[in-house]
Design a protein around this ligand. Sequence first.
Ligand SMILES: Nc1ncnc2c1ncn2[C@@H]1O[C@H](COP(=O)(O)OP(=O)(O)OP(=O)(O)O)[C@@H](O)[C@H]1O
Ligand SMILES: [Mg+2]
Length: 466
Amino acid sequence: MNPASVLVVDDSEVIRKGIAEKLSSFGFDVSEAADGDEALMLARSAKFDVVISDIVLPKVDGIKVLKFFRENCPDVPVILITGHATLETAIEAIRERAFDYLLKPFDLSELVNLTKEALAYTREKGNGSFNKSSKNVKIEHQLELGEIIGSSPAMQEVYKKIAKVSRTDCTVLIQGESGTGKELIARAIHFNSKRKDKPWIPINCGAIPGELLESELFGHEKGAFTHAFRSRPGRFELAHKGTIFLDEIGEMPLALQVKLLRVIQERSFERVGGLKTIKVNIRIIAATNTDLESLVKKGGFREDLFYRLNVVPIEVPPLRDRLEDLEPLIVHFLTYFCKSRDLPVKEVSPEVMNCFYEYNWPGNVRELENLIERLVILVEGDEIKLEDLPPRFKSRKELLPGDLPAEFPSTGISLKAEVEKYETQLIFKALKKANGVKSEAARLLGINRTTLLEKLRRRGIPLSSI
Ligand SMILES: Nc1ncnc2c1ncn2[C@@H]1O[C@H](COP(=O)(O)OP(=O)(O)OP(=O)(O)O)[C@@H](O)[C@H]1O
Ligand SMILES: [Mg+2]
């Protein structure tokens, strides 16, 4: 087998050379790029097995490098390195399906291990029963995994709302962090409604540049703009009698927001460059992971449109606030990914489970799903152990309670959430010290047993898992 080729992208020569030398000594064939531009140029002319990129780079940054690979070479794993680990970069990395991210400073042997892991993952993925492009896997997956898992009180509220709004045609606004399942919920509403046999038309307003978005939504007439060689209906027309799902609505340019408002009010519009008014019968569901109300205050979103969309709001809570759902979700994904590869269903060790309860899941259910898929492919035995987890879990484990970041994050923190996390760590440590005996753990913590049980219950930690 040829040596695996790795592209290392970092603007700091010292770091780049250090990584390159280390990887070469392990037999990798290493290419280097000093910025994102150079990386993209190399990527167009050569094939790489793994990419390692710093996030902060001059001109084209690491997230753009990642996006380029996801779009053009979806099977190449990209490992990101960051010195500024804000929640946003972590979310973005997971959202764009980075293989993993490492925080600076890191141990070079940790990076070598991660590179080997990434390589094994793609080789295995390419050889196994998933012998398709990752896009196919994802689509097939979504079709089979349409089910919404979780029975926490918060999700039960969501189910109640889905049931209620499915019987009506009212406009729904789904809000929640990235990866919480907003699209899954929108689909559930459509496919449980009387429109279920009619079109389901999703459109991601954040992924299409403003000037194209208008003609995507409203269609255009021949000659309306330079490349409009023939007339084309837009998504609103295609959704006639069915449902249109306006994803990432917060990204819609203000100029288009006015036109959308009219569609909501009158259910009519004109194609770009057209004179004829087109009437449609559509149900509108919108979703966003930005706080629309504060966007309204900042002038980035029209207030009247917000109220028109927010007829029935559905808030999808982040995974860290409904830890009761963690275990059923893990079982669900383990079963799905193992069965689709004809493997016996793996289990996670109690230590891994505890580690998952402590983690704050910035990428929510999507992050969990990607992680389980990767572990199913990489872990040989029947049990997933602590050492199988990627570094971001380990470095958290090694943090002593009370460790504070060297610098206060410029994006700010949630004091309540941080204190909760600190408390959770102390509770786990006390339980470990007390060998799982809860009354003893309570004594060590200086609280009474019922308070401890209440704290565990509130965090959704099943008492049987301790
Ligand atoms: N409750 C759940 N049960 C099962 N799978 C889930 C659940 N929630 C999310 N998922 C899965 O997690 C992934 C992300 O979900 P989805 O795309 O609906 O999230 P989203 O909120 O739209 O994210 P984004 O804001 O990033 O677009 C999907 O593959 C989905 O199938
Ligand atoms: Mg989505």
